[in-house]
Write a protein that binds this ligand. Structure first.
Ligand code: PMP
Length: 392
């Protein structure tokens, strides 16, 4: 009788078909992936050094240059999510003992602080309550006091729904001998950003928000100033995988023959390429306008439901992600669960410092439509009627 050497049986779950329900993703990301991008991601593999894949990478690079409005040579996509780009930016820029200033008005500043401290940097935080943004004079004071070599700031604070104005910030940083590092994961394509004109030195984003591609690739770009700082490093970046020298070569940014660094997530690149292509076809200005108009319609509808917008100043509202205060007498978890169970719609509660305070509704890329605004408002009206809890 044959006896098996296996002590672990095949898992029952894997013997069932993959289950993926239909959902409308109106949280802070990921957003739904349209058929064209899904189709690109399911194309047959090619080798990661095949000329056709290198060509796709070149197209991605040009697409990022357009989306970022930059001519930077050192522009590429990281093989990882937004966090991976955040780590890539910080670990290539900072060395042990470098001083960094981090603008913290939500979770992303907190995370950047954590990462920079892990790298042994001397990190100072500029603090603002969730829901607020930084004025130039707040930053100027921090720059003068701490003399950092890098300032980190978040353009679209997805945990609070705040859009950070960037006008004048690059110039200010440069007058203080500091590089400007901007997180645009939640805002790229949804709100204007001009990397070169605004003198941003390092800018990164993600694939799964306005670009409507699956998570797993993250656009990033470095100015000449940032490149020079990296060239002056005394020590190697502490990660091989995210070493910008290697990545620059693999992405054809250094004029040298391309060498194998890692096996790129080729199908993620196909998807990202299509996401960038759709943005290029629509045009940045139309995309910004679409997000602005649908956000305005959503905000109006939320107010009509008696909900209170978390970000008071209209111009400081992130057009991709809207935050409302959790209404008195309601449990945010019941509202999000109600929308999911009864309407197949994802919206989210708060994150980090906004947990328990807000509900977050995302309208990003193809999901930013007037029809989706109506759907989520209808679902919320239903939830407000059904979820009220007198004991709260
Ligand atoms: N920064 C911001 C502003 C974000 O909204 C997110 C994603 N929610 C991230 C960084 C991190 O991206 P990821 O989840 O893709 O790692």
């Amino acid at each position: 009788m044959a006896t098996s050497l296996l002590r672990v049986p095949p898992p029952q779950g894997l013997l069932q078909p993959l289950a993926v329900p239909e959902r409308l993703l109106l949280g802070p990301g990921p957003s739904n992936v349209p058929p064209r991008i899904l189709a690109a991601g399911s194309r047959q593999l090619l080798g990661h050094m095949h000329p056709e894949v290198l060509q796709v990478m070149d197209e991605i690079k040009a697409g990022i240059q357009y989306a970022f409005q930059t001519q930077n040579r050192l522009t590429l996509a990281i093989s990882g999510t937004g966090h991976c780009a955040m780590e890539a930016a910080l670990l290539n820029l900072l060395e042990h003992g470098d001083t960094a200033l981090v603008a913290v008005n939500g979770i992303w500043g907190q995370r950047a602080t954590d990462i920079a401290r892990r790298l042994g940097a001397n990190v100072h935080e500029l603090l603002k309550p969730p829901g607020e943004y930084f004025a130039l004079w707040d930053i100027e004071e921090g720059l003068a006091r701490h003399k950092p070599s890098v300032l980190f700031i978040t353009h679209g604070e997805s945990s609070t729904g705040v859009l950070q104005p960037l006008e004048g910030l690059g110039d200010l940083c440069h007058r203080h001998g500091c590089l400007l590092l901007v997180d645009a994961v939640a805002s790229l394509g949804g709100a204007p950003i001009f990397m070169d004109q605004q003198e941003i030195d390092i800018l990164y984003s993600g694939s799964q928000k306005v670009l409507n591609a699956p998570p797993g690739s993250a656009p990033i770009s470095f100015s000449e100033r940032a490149r020079e700082k990296m060239l002056r490093r005394k020590t190697k970046p502490p990660s091989f995988y995210l070493d910008m020298g290697w990545l620059a070569n693999y992405w054809g940014c250094d004029g040298e023959p391309r060498r194998y660094h890692h096996t790129a997530p080729i199908n993620s690149f196909f998807s990202l390429r299509e996401g960038l292509a759709m943005l290029a076809e629509l045009g940045l200005e139309s995309s910004w306008e679409r997000h602005r108009a649908n956000c305005t319609q959503l905000c109006q509808g939320l107010c009509n439901l008696g909900l209170e917008l978390f970000v008071k100043e209209e111009k400081a509202r992130l057009p991709t992600i809207t935050t409302v205060r959790v209404p008195e007498g309601y449990d945010w978890k019941e509202i999000t669960a109600f929308l999911m169970d009864n309407h197949g719609i994802e919206i989210a509660g708060g994150l980090g410092p906004s947990v328990g305070k807000v509900l977050r509704i995302g309208l990003m890329g193809c999901n930013s439509t007037s029809g989706n605004v109506d759907r989520v408002l209808h679902a919320l009206r239903d939830a407000l009627g059904c979820c009220r809890r007198s004991r709260l």
